[in-house]
Design a protein around this ligand. Structure first.
Ligand SMILES: Nc1nc2c(c(=O)[nH]1)N[C@H]1C(S)=C(S)[C@@H](COP(=O)(O)OP(=O)(O)OC[C@H]3O[C@@H](n4cnc5c(=O)[nH]c(N)nc54)[C@H](O)[C@@H]3O)O[C@H]1N2
Ligand SMILES: Nc1nc2c(c(=O)[nH]1)N[C@H]1C(S)=C(S)[C@@H](COP(=O)(O)OP(=O)(O)OC[C@H]3O[C@@H](n4cnc5c(=O)[nH]c(N)nc54)[C@H](O)[C@@H]3O)O[C@H]1N2
Ligand code: SF4
Ligand SMILES: [Mo]
Length: 865
C-alpha cells in the first residue's frame, strides 16, 4: 500500500509517495499529482528512504540523562512550568519552536503558551529565517501575505533571484524555472555577492557588496519613476507613500553596491522593459540588520510598477522550511497571535481569547529569538521548552546560546535524535518523526498539504502536539486540549481562521473545517466563502485600514560589523545542496554525504596566497565571539575579502565546524532577525602536525584537534588533523576504531612522511587510517567503498589496476562520480548536460546536479580552447 505525503525538507513542499517495505523502511518517489512538484524530487527528497532507520533515534523519555517513563517526565514538565508561572509570572516561561513543526503541533503550542500560560514568549527558528519578510509584508501589505503562486514562475519573462541560491535550496522550483526558460526564454538575473550554482542559468549576475541590496532596488525605483515606467493608475488607487519612498530612493547612492554602472543599467533596463517580472528573495535579503528595509525596497518596486498579483509577476519570498508558512499562519512568532491576527490589537485578542475560552492572554509581543536566549542567559526564563530545532548550533553566538541553555533552571527538548541541544536539556522527549506522524504543512505558495503517517511510532515516541496537550492537561486545562487526533486540532484551527476572516484578515481556511482530513488534497489558501486560492493584490485590496499598500522610504544600511585590520574578512554563511541544516537526518543517508563530506571555507585565490593557505589545508577562523576550523576551498566564486562557510556541521559531525560560533547576534531593528550573513572574521593557517583520513565499518570516536565524520554505504569515513603526532600510531588507531584486538597491518613511508594502518577481520579490512604531514591525497570514495569487502587490498589507497575510482559523487541520485563524468566527457565527446544524462544517467533524476554538470562541461571547453 502507498501513502501520499509531503517532503519534510524545504518550503517547495513537494508531494511524495511512500511505499513501506514492511520492515521499517519505504521506497520514496515524487507524487505526479502534487501541484508543487508534479512528480519531481531533489536529491534530498529522493534519499528520504535512507533516513528512516531507527539506529540514531530517541526511543524513550529521559530525565537528567536517565531513561524515564512518560508519566514522570510529563509530570515534571507540568510541575516546573506551573512553579515558574506561580513564582515568577508569565514572563519567566518560554517556548522555542520551529518552522518544521506541523501546523497542528504549532497550533497547540501557541494556544498553550499564549492562551493558557498567558505568555507571549513563544518564538521560532523562523525568526532566523523569515522574520524580515513577515515584517516587510506586514508593513507594506498590512498582513503577512504572499501575493503570488508557483505558476508565476512558469509565466514570467524575467526572474530576479536576489539573495537566493534556488538551485541548491529550492531545487525543484529551480528546475521548474529551468524548464520555463527552455520554453519561453525567461531571462534570469542573480543578485548575490557569491557566484552560486544558480548563476548557471543567469543572463546577468550582480555580485554586489554584502548588504547593499536596498541601494540597488532604490536605484530601480528612481529609474521606474524617471522613465515613466510606474503604473500611475495602480499607485493612485492602491498605494500610499509613493512620494516619500521616491525621495528616499533618490537620496541613496547606487555606488554602495560596488557594481559597475553598466551592470546596474542592464538590470534596470530589463526590469523596466518587462511586464512579467518575478523577484524571488530569500536569506541574502532576510538575514540582515537591514532585512526588513531590503524587503521594503523590493516591494516598493513591484508596487510602484503595479507588477503584483497578476500572472507571471510579483515579489516572491520563498520559504525555507516545510512549514515556515504554516507557523506564520498559526501565530508561532512572539509578535503575532493566530491566523494572521495581531497580538497588539485588542479586538483580535479578545476574539481569540473568547474562541479559546482561555484564562489569560498577553497584551504585548513576547521575546524574539535572540532576546529570548539573552533572557535565558540572564536567568529571567526559568522554564524553557525547545521543540524541533537545534539552537545550540543554529543560533548566532552559538557558544553563548549553548551556555545559556545549559545554565537555565529547567529545559525540555523534544527531538527525534540526540543533538547538541538535547545534550544540554534536563528533560528530553522522544518525538515521532516524518513518516510516523500526521498533520498539515503550508509551502511557499500557500498550498496546504497533508503529511501522512506510513510507519508505526517506534519505541515510546509520541507526536509533538500530544506531548503539549498532555502537559496542558496536567496543568489543569484538559478540556481545552482534549482532541483525539490531529484532524480535530485542524478543524478547530480552521474554525478560528473563519473568525479571522470575519475580522478582515487574509488567512481564512474556514472552508476546510468540514473537509475530509484523511483525503484532503493539496489546497491553496484562502478557502472561504469570500475567496478561494488564487493571487492577492492584483486589484489592490490590501489589509491596511485604508486598503492601500504602504510604500516605504528606505535608506540603505550596510552590515553593522565593519571589517578591520584585526578582523579583515566578511563571513557569509549558507547551505549546500545535499545537507539539511544541522544534518540530523541528511547525515544518515550515505548518498547525501558524498557530495561535500566536511565543513569548508571558500576563499579567493589571492586571499589564500596572501594568507599562505594551500588547497585542502585547514584554516583557523576567529571572530570576536568564537573560533572554527574549516577545510580551505580556494575559488573565485567569492570576491576578495569575502569568505563563505556552510552552516551544517555540529558537535556530532565536526565539532570545530560550527559556524554560528562565529556569528554575532546583531539583529534587524524591526524584525529581530539576525545578520547571519555578514560577520567579520580573521583567518590563519592551522598548521597541524599531521592530517589523517579514516574509514571504518563501525562508528569512530575521534580524538583530534580537527575531525569531521560522515556516513558511507559501508560504514563511516572521517577526516582528521592533530597538532601533535601520536607516539604510536597503532594505539592511536585502535582507540579511534575501538578495536583493541584486531590484527593490524601497517606501512610507513618515512620519505613521504605517511603512515597507513589497516585492521583485519579474516580477509576483510574493517578499518583503516591514512596519515600524512600534508593533506592526505587518496581516492577517498574508492577506499570508503572497499571497506568491509572480502580481499580488498586497501592500503594502496587507490584503485588496483583495471579498477577505476568514481571520484567525489556529483549526481547523488544515481551515484555518478566526478572522475566518471570527466572521463566520459573526454572520451565520448559529450557536450551538453542532456548528453551526459543519456550516457551516464547523471542529472536525469532530480536535476539538482545539472548546474555542476554544466560547470564541468564549461571547464572542459575552456581547457580545449
Ligand atoms: N539543500 C538545502 N536546502 C535548503 C535548506 C538546507 O539546509 N539545505 N534549508 C532551507 C531553509 S530553512 C532556508 S531558509 C532556505 C534558504 O535558501 P537560500 O536563502 O537560497 O540559501 P542560503 O544559502 O542561506 O543563502 C542564499 C544566498 O544569499 C547570499 N547572500 C549573502 N549575503 C547577501 C547579500 O547581502 N545580498 C544578497 N543579494 N545575497 C546575499 C549568499 O551568498 C547565498 O548564496 O533553504 C531551504 N532549503
Ligand atoms: N549562520 C547561519 N545560521 C543560520 C542560518 C544561516 O543561513 N546562517 N540559517 C537559519 C535558518 S534560515 C534556519 S531555518 C535555522 C535552522 O536551524 P535548526 O532549526 O536548528 O536546524 P534543524 O537541523 O532543522 O533542527 C531541527 C531539529 O528537529 C529535529 N526533528 C526532526 N524531526 C522532528 C520531529 O518530528 N519532532 C521534533 N520534536 N523534532 C524533530 C531534528 O533532529 C533537529 O534536531 O538555522 C538558522 N541559522
Ligand atoms: S525541493 Fe527537494 S527538499 Fe524541497 S520539498 Fe522538494 S524534494 Fe523536498
Ligand atoms: Mo530557514
Amino acid at each position: 500500500m502507498s501513502f501520499r505525503t509531503t517532503c519534510p525538507y524545504c518550503g517547495v513542499g513537494c508531494g511524495v509517495i511512500a511505499t513501506p517495505d514492511g520492515s521499517g523502511g519505504a521506497t520514496i518517489v515524487g507524487d505526479p499529482d502534487h501541484p508543487a512538484n508534479k512528480g519531481r524530487l531533489c536529491s534530498k527528497g529522493a534519499a528520504l528512504g535512507q533516513t528512516l532507520g531507527l539506529e540514531a533515534r530517541l526511543l524513550a523519555p529521559q530525565v537528567g540523562g536517565h531513561a524515564a517513563d512518560w508519566d514522570s517526565a510529563l509530570g515534571l514538565v507540568a510541575d516546573r512550568f506551573r512553579d515558574a508561572l506561580a513564582q515568577h509570572g508569565p514572563d519567566s516561561v518560554a517556548f522555542y519552536l520551529s518552522g518544521q513543526m506541523l501546523t497542528e503541533d504549532y497550533y497547540v503550542a501557541n494556544k498553550l503558551i499564549k492562551g493558557f500560560m498567558g505568555s507571549a514568549n513563544v518564538d521560532t527558528n523562523s525568526r532566523l529565517c523569515m522574520a524580515s519578510s513577515v515584517a516587510g509584508h506586514i508593513r507594506a501589505f498590512g498582513a503577512d501575505t504572499v501575493p503570488g503562486t508557483y505558476e508565476d514562475l512558469d509565466e514570467a519573462d524575467l526572474v530576479v533571484l536576489v539573495g537566493s541560491n534556488l538551485a541548491w535550496c529550492h531545487p525543484v522550483l529551480y528546475q521548474r524555472l529551468v524548464a520555463a526558460r527552455a520554453r519561453r526564454g525567461t531571462r534570469v538575473v542573480v543578485i548575490d555577492p557569491r557566484r552560486t550554482a544558480s548563476c548557471d542559468i543567469a543572463d546577468l549576475h550582480l555580485a554586489l557588496q554584502p548588504g547593499s541590496d536596498a541601494a540597488l532596488f532604490n536605484a530601480l525605483l528612481v529609474a521606474l519613476a524617471d522613465r515613466g515606467a510606474t503604473d500611475q493608475e495602480y499607485v493612485a488607487r492602491h498605494v500610499s507613500g509613493y512620494r516619500e519612498a521616491l525621495a528616499a530612493a533618490r537620496a541613496s547612492d547606487p555606488s554602495l553596491t560596488g557594481l559597475a554602472p553598466a551592470m546596474i543599467s542592464t538590470f534596470l533596463d530589463w526590469f523596466i522593459a518587462t511586464e512579467r517580472v518575478v523577484t524571488i528573495y530569500s536569506q541574502g535579503i532576510n538575514q540582515s540588520s537591514s532585512g526588513t528595509d531590503k524587503v521594503g525596497a523590493i516591494l516598493n518596486c513591484h508596487l510602484a510598477s503595479g507588477r503584483i498579483g497578476r500572472p507571471g509577476m510579483g515579489p516572491f519570498s520563498v520559504t525555507g522550511q516545510p512549514n515556515a508558512m504554516g507557523g506564520r499562519e498559526v501565530g508561532g512568532l512572539a509578535t503575532t497571535l493566530a491566523c494572521h491576527l495581531d497580538i497588539a490589537n485588542p479586538a483580535h485578542r479578545s476574539a481569540v481569547q473568547a474562541f479559546w475560552n482561555s484564562p489569560a492572554m498577553p497584551a504585548a509581543p513576547g521575546l524574539k529569538a535572540v532576546q529570548m536566549f539573552d533572557a535565558v542567559a540572564r536567568g529571567q526564563i526559568r522554564a524553557l521548552w525547545i521543540i524541533h530545532t537545534n539552537p545550540a548550533v543554529s543560533m548566532p553566538a552559538a557558544d553563548a546560546v549553548a551556555a545559556a541553555i545549559k545554565g537555565c533552571d529547567f529545559v525540555v527538548v523534544s527531538d527525534v535524535t540526540r543533538t547538541d541541544t538535547t545534550r544540554l536539556a534536563d528533560v528530553v522527549l522522544p518525538a515521532t518523526a516524518w513518516g510516523e506522524k500526521s498533520g498539515t504543512v503550508t509551502n511557499s505558495d500557500r498550498t496546504i498539504s497533508r503529511q501522512r503517517a506510513f510507519l508505526p511510532a517506534p519505541g515510546q515516541a509520541r507526536d509533538d502536539w500530544r506531548m503539549l496537550a498532555e502537559v496542558a492537561a496536567r496543568m489543569g486545562w484538559g478540556t481545552a486540549f482534549g482532541w483525539q487526533d490531529a484532524a480535530q486540532v485542524f478543524k478547530e484551527y480552521a474554525r478560528l481562521s473563519g473568525l479571522a476572516g470575519d475580522l478582515g484578515r487574509d488567512f481564512d481556511i474556514s472552508g476546510l473545517a468540514g473537509a475530509d482530513y484523511d483525503t484532503l488534497p493539496p489546497t491553496r489558501w484562502p478557502v472561504s466563502a469570500r475567496k478561494q486560492g488564487g493571487r492577492f493584490f492584483g486589484q489592490g485590496g490590501f489589509f491596511t485600514a485604508d486598503q492601500r499598500a504602504r510604500l516605504l522610504p528606505v535608506t540603505p544600511r550596510l552590515p553593522v560589523a565593519a571589517t578591520s585590520p584585526r578582523y579583515p574578512f566578511r563571513l557569509n554563511t549558507g547551505r549546500v545542496r545535499d545537507q539539511w541544516h544541522t544534518m540530523t537526518r541528511t547525515a544518515l543517508a550515505p548518498r547525501l554525504n558524498q557530495h561535500l563530506a566536511e565543513p569548508f571555507l571558500e576563499l579567493h585565490p589571492e586571499d589564500a596566497a596572501d594568507l599562505g593557505l594551500a588547497p585542502a589545508t585547514l584554516a583557523r577562523v576567529t571572530s570576536p565571539l568564537g573560533e572554527a576550523i574549516l577545510r580551505v576551498a580556494i575559488t573565485d566564486r567569492v570576491a576578495r575579502g569575502q569568505v563563505f562557510a556552510p552552516i551544517h556541521w555540529t558537535g556530532e559531525t565536526a565539532p570545530t565546524g560550527r559556524v554560528d560560533a562565529l556569528v554575532a547576534p546583531v539583529v534587524d531593528p524591526v524584525s529581530g532577525q539576525p545578520e547571519s550573513k555578514a560577520s567579520v572574521v580573521a583567518i590563519a593557517p592551522l598548521a597541524p602536525a599531521w592530517y589523517g583520513f579514516a574509514v571504518s565499518c563501525r562508528p569512530m570516536t575521534p580524538d583530534a584537534a580537527y575531525w569531521a565524520r560522515a556516513r558511507t554505504e559501508a560504514g563511516w569515513r572521517c577526516e582528521l588533523a592533530g597538532m601533535q603526532t601520536p607516539h604510536d600510531w597503532e594505539s592511536y588507531a585502535r582507540a579511534l576504531f575501538s578495536l583493541p584486538e584486531a590484527t593490524c597491518l601497517s606501512v610507513e613511508d618515512r620519505i613521504r612522511g605517511t603512515f597507513r594502518l589497516a585492521f583485519m577481520e579474516g580477509r576483510r579490512t574493517i578499518a583503516a587510517l591514512f596519515t600524512a604531514a600534508d593533506p592526505v591525497t587518496l581516492a577517498r570514495g574508492h577506499v570508503a567503498d572497499r571497506i568491509g569487502v572480502e580481499g580488498a587490498g586497501l592500503l594502496a589507497g587507490r584503485p588496483a589496476q583495471g579498477m577505476t575510482d568514481a571520484g567525489p559523487i556529483v549526481c547523488a541520485c544515481l551515484n555518478v562520480g566526478l572522475n566518471t563524468i570527466t572521463a566520459a566527457i573526454a572520451t565520448q565527446g559529450l557536450a551538453t548536460v542532456d548528453q551526459i544524462g543519456a550516457a551516464l544517467q547523471a542529472g536525469s533524476s532530480c536535476g539538482s546536479c545539472r548546474p555542476e554538470l554544466a560547470a564541468l562541461l564549461a571547464r572542459r571547453l575552456e581547457a580545449a580552447e
